[in-house]
Design a protein around this ligand. Structure first.
Ligand code: ADP
Ligand code: MG
Length: 300
C-alpha cells in the first residue's frame, strides 16, 4: 500500500450521494433501468496516465504514459512487482489521486473524485472499528437513504456473516473481516470493484476461500473487477485478462488472455493450461521483479 491514507476519503466517497438518475446518460425511468443493467456500465479507460510524486529536484515518476482499456463486466488482474505503481494506478481510477498527465475515463466520463459506484478494497480493511459489522455494511446505503433490507440480508448470507451482525471488526478473524469488507463494498452495489491486494495478508487456506467467494460474487453479478496482486497464481486464477506491469515507472508490459473455463474454482490451478499461463506470466514478470528489487536496493 502506498503511504497516503485513504481512510478519510472513503468516508467522503460514501457520504457523497450518488443518485443514479443524476447520471448524464439517463433520462426517464426506462432509461435508468437500461443504464443500470446495460453492459456498457463499468468500462474503465486509462489513457496516457502519468503520475509523478514529489516536487522539483525530488521527483519520482511512479507511472509513465500507461494505457489500458477495461471492458464492462470484465475481470482484470494487474500483476506487477512491488513499487511499480499498481496502487497509484488504482487510486487514480478510484478518484483518490489526480493524474499528473493523462486521464481515467469511467463509462466514458473523466473521473472526478471518489464515488460509491467504484468500490475500493485494500489489504487492510476500512471497516469502522467502533461500528458493528451490521452498521458497517449499512453505512454506505444509509448515507444515501437507500437501504435495501433484502439486499443486506442476502449479503450477510452470501458472505457467511450471519450471526456476526452485532460483532465488532476486531472480534472477527482476518478472513471474516475481509468478508465483511466485501459485504460493505457490495452493499453500495458498485459497477466497478477496485481491489488492491485484498487477500495478501491472509493465510493460504483463507485466501483460497476468499478467492472462490469473490469468483462466486462476480459470476452472479454484472460488475467490472480490477484486482491488483503480485501473486502470479492468483492473477491467473481470477482473471479474464492479466495485465503485467513493468517495474517503475509503471507501464503495461504484457496482456495475457486467460482462456480457462468459467465458472472457475481453485482446482483449476492443477490443469495443464493453467500451468502454461502461469509460466508465461512468470517469465513476463521475472525481469521486472529483478529490476524492482534493484530499485529498492538503490542500484537502479
Ligand atoms: P505498488 O502498489 O506497485 O507497490 P505504488 O503505486 O504504491 O506501487 O508506488 C509506486 C512508487 O511510488 C513507489 O516507489 C512508491 O514509493 C512511490 N509512492 C507512492 N506513493 C507516494 C507518495 N504519496 N509520495 C511519494 N512517493 C510515493
Ligand atoms: Mg500497492
Amino acid at each position: 500500500m502506498s503511504e497516503h491514507d485513504t481512510n478519510d476519503e472513503r468516508t467522503d466517497a460514501d457520504e457523497r450521494s450518488t443518485d443514479r438518475t443524476d447520471r448524464p446518460d439517463s433520462a426517464g425511468d426506462e432509461e435508468v433501468r437500461s443504464w443500470t443493467e446495460s453492459s456498457g456500465t463499468g468500462t474503465v479507460n486509462i489513457q496516457d496516465l502519468t503520475k509523478v510524486y514529489g516536487t522539483d529536484g525530488d521527483e519520482l515518476v511512479a507511472v509513465d504514459e500507461m494505457d489500458l482499456h477495461i471492458e464492462a463486466e470484465e475481470f482484470v488482474t494487474v500483476l506487477g512487482p512491488s513499487g511499480c505503481g499498481k496502487s497509484t494506478v488504482m487510486e487514480c481510477v478510484a478518484g483518490y489521486l489526480d493524474p499528473t498527465e493523462g486521464e481515467v475515463l469511467v463509462n466514458g466520463e473523466p473521473v472526478d473524485g471518489p464515488d460509491p459506484s467504484r468500490g475500493v478494497v485494500f489489504q487492510e480493511n476500512r471497516l469502522f472499528p467502533w461500528k458493528t459489522i451490521n452498521e458497517n455494511v449499512r453505512f454506505g446505503p444509509q448515507m444515501r437513504d437507500s437501504v435495501d433490507e433484502g439486499r443486506i440480508e442476502t449479503l450477510f448470507d452470501q458472505m457467511g456473516l450471519e450471526g456476526f451482525e452485532e460483532s465488532y471488526p476486531h472480534e472477527l478473524s482476518g478472513g471474516m473481516q475481509q468478508r465483511a469488507e466485501l459485504a460493505r463494498l457490495l452493499a453500495n452495489d458498485p459497477d466497478i470493484m477496485l481491489m488492491d491486494e485484498p487477500f495478501s495478508g491472509l493465510d493460504a487456506m483463507t485466501k483460497e476461500l476468499m478467492q472462490e467467494k469473490l469468483l462466486d460474487v462476480w459470476e452472479d453479478d454484472d460488475r467490472t473487477v480490477v484486482f491488483i496482486t503480485h501473486d502470479v497464481e492468483e492473477a491467473i486464477l481470477l482473471a479474464d485478462r492479466v495485465v503485467v506491469m513493468t517495474a517503475r515507472p509503471g507501464q503495461v508490459k504484457d496482456v495475457i488472455d486467460v482462456d480457462l473455463d468459467r465458472p472457475r474454482d481453485t482446482n483449476v490451478v492443477t490443469s495443464d493450461r493453467f500451468n502454461e499461463l502461469q509460466r508465461r506470466a512468470s517469465e513476463s514478470i521475472h525481469d521486472e521483479a529483478e529490476r524492482a528489487m534493484e530499485q529498492a536496493e538503490g542500484r537502479a
